[in-house]
Design a protein around this ligand. Structure first.
Ligand SMILES: Cc1cc2nc3c(=O)[nH]c(=O)nc-3n(C[C@H](O)[C@H](O)[C@H](O)COP(=O)(O)O)c2cc1C
Ligand code: SF4
Length: 446
């Protein structure tokens, strides 16, 4: 069994309450940090741990924290990104729903390290019930003197707020999130300046993912070195993976970085193999925006080495033969899956979620959806594959925020690895029924 640093106690009855959480050692990192460590020592432990941001980009957390500007007399903020809207990713919801105090503990310890006196948890609108769970836990923490003035009798004070978004994927992009938190439309800002210099209300701000902040708890408790011993190379510690699709055991798993992809898909400890004894066709390893890989390339790199669940191994070969760890949304597809139909659903999503500020993204996402719709309607021609390729290539690197890439990469990868499938559909002129997506949409939207 792999080591679990975050969700080991997730199924302990009552773990969402302060009493039970504390009985499992909860809030020890707050005691340790506030009473025996300096903020600089905590930042250093996080650096030593090698922890990388779990929101998708994998940027080293300690380094990010050390960039935070500290002008005299200016407030600093920690903002937790709990927007989690990337299709295929649901690990942050699991963590907040099951062990809300772990996130709150991480927020207190991290805020102390950053010198923040106010911190925010920005939760997507669709996670309304999760926000209520987190709010309840925050109220318990205030009542126990873990939040508010003079935490645990020290001279450190912190206020922690929950803000619920209105349900827009783009509000997960950190600068759009900050705009939304300020009460404005969630449009991404042009960077620089980066949030570390001018973030929330123009003040220095760190934005971190839920899982990143939760990981600070074991790092402070056991030390950065102990954390860095788990994993391989620059992929240290454990990682939460949201596993979905055609597997026997979908769910959220905490893995030690470095296990093989094959082990993750086929072992009983994790996904338990492909459903109904079918063959594996493809995997989207890190949430809908990362390149899809066919079975042979997800299990082994182009060099023929076993592909590992690490940042480096998943991206080995670049986008020609590799992909990305992303947010850890691991979507498994069996031999019966239509890659083009799946791509159509992704394209619809990105078109719907584009904020519309940049022409390549605003127009390109809509155009790609329209062409993919032709494949569904049986009206596409072979030349539409080249057109799709051309459009996606004109989005990447030409937009304010990476939603442009998030929309372009899945299209490029699907054509790169499954071009024949597009051609076959175009030739067949067959109608592919996707009307149930519209019905689902109506159900979701009411
Ligand atoms: C379109 C878009 C959506 C994003 N959605 C999320 C999200 O839901 N949660 C998240 O943590 N990061 C998301 N990110 C990444 C954030 O911008 C940011 O990099 C992250 O919150 C930083 O935290 P980390 O360093 O702990 O990963 C998104 C980025 C983009 C471009
Ligand atoms: S890339 Fe898309 S989502 Fe991002 S700012 Fe431009 S239009 Fe908005």
């Amino acid at each position: 069994m792999g080591k679990k640093l975050l969700i080991e106690h997730a199924n302990v009855p009552g773990i969402e309450t302060l009493e039970v959480y504390r009985s499992t050692g909860g809030y020890a990192s707050v005691e340790k940090a506030l009473k025996s460590m300096t903020p600089e020592q905590i930042v250093n432990e996080v650096k030593v741990s090698g922890l990388r941001g779990r929101g998708g980009a994998g940027f080293p957390t300690g380094l990010k924290w050390s960039f935070l500007a500290k002008p005299e007399g200016v407030a600093r903020y920690l903002v937790c990104n709990a927007d989690e809207s990337e299709p295929g990713t649901f690990k942050d919801r699991y963590l907040m729903e099951k062990i809300p105090h772990l996130l709150i503990e991480g927020m207190i310890t991290s805020s102390f390290a950053l010198g923040a006196k106010a911190a925010y948890i920005y939760i997507r609108g669709e996670y309304f019930y999760v926000a209520r769970i987190v709010e309840k836990a925050i109220a318990e923490a205030y009542a126990a003197g873990l939040l508010g003035k003079n935490i645990l009798g020290t001279d450190y004070s912190l206020d922690l707020y929950v803000q619920i978004g209105a349900g827009a994927y783009i509000c997960g992009e950190e600068t759009a999130l900050l705009e939304s938190l300020e009460g404005k439309r969630g449009n991404p800002r042009i960077k620089p300046p980066f949030p570390a210099i001018a973030g929330l209300y123009g003040c220095p701000t760190v934005v971190n993912n839920v899982e990143t902040i939760a990981a600070v708890v074991p790092i402070v408790n056991d030390g950065g070195e102990a954390y860095a011993k788990i994993g391989i190379g620059k992929s240290t510690g454990t990682k939460l993976i949201s596993a979905s699709g055609h597997i026997n055991k979908p769910g959220v798993y905490e893995i030690e970085m470095g296990i093989t992809v094959e082990d993750f898909i086929y072992s009983e400890e994790y996904c338990g193999g492909i459903r109904n004894g079918k063959k594996l066709k493809a995997v989207v390893a890190g949430g809908s925006s990362v390149p899809i890989l066919p079975a042979d390339l997800i299990l082994k790199t182009a060099k023929g080495e076993p592909r590992l669940m690490t940042y480096e191994s998943l991206s080995d070969g670049g986008f020609i033969t590799g992909s990305m760890m992303g947010s850890g949304g691991f979507i498994v597809m069996d031999e019966d899956t239509s890659i083009v139909k799946n791509l159509f659903t992704f394209a619809r999503f990105y078109h719907h979620e584009s904020c519309g500020q940049c022409s390549p993204c605003r127009e390109g996402t809509g155009w790609m959806e329209k062409i993919l719709k032709k494949f569904m309607n049986g009206t596409a021609n072979e030349s539409d594959v080249d057109l799709l390729w051309d459009i996606q290539s004109k989005i990447e690197g030409k937009t304010i925020c990476p939603l442009g890439e998030a929309a372009a990469w899945p299209v490029a990868a699907a054509i790169r690895h499954f071009k024949q499938e597009f051609i076959d559909i175009a030739k067949s002129k067959k109608f592919i029924d996707v009307s149930h997506y519209n019905r689902l949409n109506k159900l979701v939207k009411g």
